[in-house]
Design a protein around this ligand. Structure first.
Ligand code: CA2
Length: 148
């Protein structure tokens, strides 16, 4: 099983500012959490962070034959990018959406999510632990053992 974890714009700034919203752990800690979870679950993982919409779209297109599923936090592109939505839809892999903060309880403009239209499951407002839960959920989903 091989999964692709995608992080969008500004997530590389984690731990640098806004700790009240995004916590104190930095982006390296987030990648380590994803890698550690995948290692203990026997999952191969590739992780991408980019601040560029086109790079994210290219990577999603290329994921079709390389991965079994996608975990995505598209950052602010969550709320704006029909291009990322269309790429995710085109490749047809199962998508799990993650947001560190609770986007349903912040500004109105963060409430709508394009990936949310396609996601089989969303983990929102759980901090970095949402990524760990997303890995476990995606594994169970791909094995056909997911209950909820
Ligand atoms: O809550 C999330 O995971 C978000 O996807 C994070 C995005 C935001 O645009 C989404 O609405 C919700 C922002 C990424 C982090 O931005 C930072 C900016 C400054 C300092 C630390 C992080």
């Amino acid at each position: 099983m091989k999964i692709f974890a995608i992080n969008g714009p500004n997530l590389n700034l984690l731990g640098i500012r806004e700790p009240d919203i995004y916590g104190r752990q930095d982006y390296a800690a987030l990648e380590q959490l994803i890698r550690d979870t995948c290692t203990s679950e026997g999952i191969d993982v590739e992780i991408l962070q980019s601040n560029h919409e086109g790079i994210l779209v290219d990577a999603i297109q290329e994921a079709r034959l390389k991965f079994d599923g996608i975990i995505i936090n598209a950052g602010a592109y969550t709320h704006t990018s029909l291009a990322i939505h269309d790429a995710l839809k085109a490749i047809g892999l199962p998508v799990i959406e993650v947001h560190i903060s609770d986007i349903s309880r912040r500004e109105e403009f963060r409430r709508f999510s394009y990936p949310g239209l396609l996601a089989v499951k969303e983990f929102i407002g759980l901090g970095l632990d949402g990524y760990r839960q997303a890995v476990l959920y995606l594994k169970a989903h791909l094995e056909g053992t997911q209950k909820g």
